[in-house]
Design a protein around this ligand. Structure first.
Ligand SMILES: Cc1cc2nc3c(=O)[nH]c(=O)nc-3n(C[C@H](O)[C@H](O)[C@H](O)COP(=O)(O)O)c2cc1C
Length: 451
């Protein structure tokens, strides 16, 4: 018995030492590595909130990812979250006291919800339950996590996770819409089979995607509502020009770039409408999408919606040519070769620019394989656009069907081309929108000055 008691004491002492040593080590070097995801040379402080959902255990992965990216992380948990994952795990990983109840006497900080939230660069909640979302949206502050949200001056990112019925409930939809308006960045859940056996949207998104969104926010800061007065009309995806009922001419565009612009614009307060051709990715939540598969259908849909738009962004890869004839039945093969006659499709971007009224800003894309800047400049000039986004589609790490892009933005009457490094399409989308905000400010100043 005595031997057992001594063993227990030694084990306990070792455990304490381990936590203390880990704690000191993390404080001195919060997992600084030469990871390429590292947001900036200085250490970023992140508060990670965990609420009571089945996916709470995945928060440990988010925490580790943030540390690998060079961030120092403090953790706060709701009482219910502790039913799903032990605070001790998060304490060992973060190397710091995990706050659950700021009324508890062992809490090292007497007014933790203020100091905790106002000394961080980013506040993440992953997973965010329907309950936490409802409380955040309505300003309820009845525990540490919700008080922290209200006192927080840093950008906020939430990753919801819940049963699909809870996700689709009008109350949750309403609450999320309110949070978007309040500038909260939301990493929408994935679709798939849930722990409860239901299939649908609600599964916590991949920790890597949560991490990518967090690092983007850390690099950019709070998302402002600087597009609240704009109505964006965006085209995206590839058009399909049919040869017969089963074959068509198309291209490799996935629709990601246009959807990323839609997502970014929505988060900055714009009203967004997308006309999409064929796409291989899902459209972002909350964006109205009209399908238009051929260049002709896209032209019709765009012209119909144009009168309501204040900004047009042509990110779709529209076919310049289509088969002059479409066969009514599937064409059979023969021994001789086949010659196709192609005819020009209508120029959507050119027609939009010619029809512009009332300060409509027209932004085009130039997907080029050679002389990228020269060709983009020519397109900007001949089509009389306000700006053009050039990208080299021969790069295998960017452009068509990639999650990243390396773009150059050219603005009419602006300074030289703005050449941006490889970045996520969402971040690239924000940079394009920054230019639109700048262009709008410039046109308004010119109007006031009577120029
Ligand atoms: C086994 C189990 C799993 C749960 N999973 C979720 C979930 O994934 N998402 C969610 O919103 N609520 C879920 N709940 C309900 C929440 O735990 C409940 O709404 C709780 O009040 C949330 O508290 P909190 O938001 O303060 O953490 C679950 C409950 C149980 C018992």
């Amino acid at each position: 018995m005595i031997a057992n008691a001594v063993t227990c004491l030694i084990a306990h002492w070792f455990q304490q030492c381990y936590i203390e040593v880990e704690f000191r080590e993390r404080q001195a070097t919060p997992r600084m590595t030469d990871n390429p995801l590292k947001p900036s040379p200085e250490i970023k402080k992140v508060a990670l909130g965990i609420s009571g959902g089945i996916a709470a255990y995945k928060a440990a992965e988010v925490l580790r990812g943030l540390q690998l990216a060079g961030c120092s992380v403090r953790v706060a948990m709701t009482k219910r979250a502790c039913e799903f994952i032990q605070p001790l795990t998060l304490r060992a990983l973060s190397g710091a006291h995990v706050i659950v109840d700021d009324y508890a006497l062992d809490n090292p900080d007497p007014i933790a919800h203020i100091t905790f939230s106002q000394t961080v660069d980013l506040f993440i909640v992953a997973p965010a339950t329907a309950n936490i979302i409802a409380k955040f949206a309505n300003g309820v502050a009845d525990d540490f996590l919700t008080s922290t949200y209200l006192a927080c001056t840093a950008p906020v990112l939430i990753a919801p996770a819940m049963n699909p019925t809870m996700w689709h409930h009008p109350a949750t939809v309403r609450n999320l819409s309110q949070l978007r308006k309040d500038g909260v960045r939301i990493v929408d859940p994935d679709s798939g089979e849930m722990a409860c056996g239901t299939i649908g949207p609600g599964r916590l998104n991949d920790p890597e995607r949560i991490l990518a969104a967090a690092l983007e926010l850390l690099a950019k800061g709070r998302v402002t509502q600087d597009l609240a007065d704009e109505r964006l009309l965006i085209t995206t995806g590839a058009t399909r020009e049919e040869l017969d009922p089963v074959r068509f001419i198309s291209n490799r565009s996935s629709g990601r770039m246009g959807f990323a612009i839609a997502e970014a614009a929505l988060s900055r307060g714009a009203e967004v409408s997308v006309v999409a051709g064929a796409t291989s990715v899902n459209s972002p939540k909350g964006v109205r999408v009209t399908r238009a598969l051929s260049a002709h259908e896209m032209h019709e849909a765009v012209m119909k919606k144009l009168p309501k738009a204040t900004v047009f962004i042509g990110a779709a890869a529209v076919a310049d040519y289509r088969p002059a004839q479409r066969a009514a039945t599937k064409q059979k093969k023969s021994q001789s070769s086949l010659v196709l006659t192609l005819e020009r499709t209508r120029d959507i971007l050119g027609d939009v620019a010619s029809a512009r009224t009332n300060g409509l800003l027209v932004i085009g894309f130039a997907a080029e394989t050679n002389d990228v800047l020269f060709n983009a400049q020519e397109k900007l000039r001949t089509k009389n656009l306000d700006a053009i986004v050039a990208n080299d589609v021969t790069r295998i790490d960017a452009g068509f069907d990639s999650t990243e892009n390396a773009i150059t933005i050219l603005v009419r009457d602006g300074q030289g081309p703005l050449e941006l490094p490889l970045m996520s399409k969402l971040e690239a989308a924000h940079r394009i929108l920054d230019e639109i905000v700048r262009l709008r400010a410039k046109t308004e100043t010119s109007a006031v000055a009577g120029l």
